[in-house]
Design a protein around this ligand. Sequence first.
Ligand code: FPP
Length: 241
Amino acid sequence: MITIDPNKLPEHVAIIMDGNGRWAKKRSINRVRGHQQGAETVREIVRTSREMGLSWLTLYAFSEENWKRPQREIGALMKLLKRFLKGELEEMQENGIRLQSIGRIEKLPEDTRKVLFDVMDQTASNKDMVLTLALSYGGRQEILDATRKIGAEIEKGNISADEISEQLISNSLYSEEMPDPELLIRTSGEYRVSNFLLWQIAYTEIYITPTLWPDFSKDEYLEAIQDFQKRKRRFGGTKEE
Ligand code: FPP
């Protein structure tokens, strides 16, 4: 029995969803089928997060580097994303979930962007949980874009260089109000952060499981949360804060 302490929930969980391709390969089926099954896991994990009472969930759905994949796979991922957004809208509304995105969204195909913006608009006033999809996202690119934003403010004379603070950098990232994740989960057993939320994960607890994303279950998600709840977080100090 997995017991979660509702008073010690992480405020923000971020997930690197990896292993769709390997899941498909193991079954000698097309990679796209792995992504389709991965989208089912996304549904289950979003639902579980909301049931748990999580405030922020961020999913790495498409990286800057993913543009290097074959055109067919990119097309399939975009189609899957559109289908997911259209299919989940009703449940997001019923459950008070606000959708937002981080990344270089302007690079997404126009029809995908349109559906994305439409769902973001329709869910904008929901207050119970924020679901952030990282799309065309890269952590270095995010820091670079933030630096350019700050540079432009300096050029305009609105701020001076010595007014740049950690807070200002945090507020200049793609999502101004998103708190840093307290827990980062990565599936499929790779020990890497893969350019995900580089600035934000400075003090984040990391949970890595060999389970491939399409097989990542509600129970394993709860185990990851439970594991987080047992950790002592010191933030470089000497006692738990
Ligand atoms: C990694 O699998 C996963 C991705 C490229 C992105 C995640 C995409 C999904 C879960 C599908 C749909 C998403 C949404 C939001 C509906 P991989 O192909 O890198 O796996 P591999 O490393 O085993 O090849």
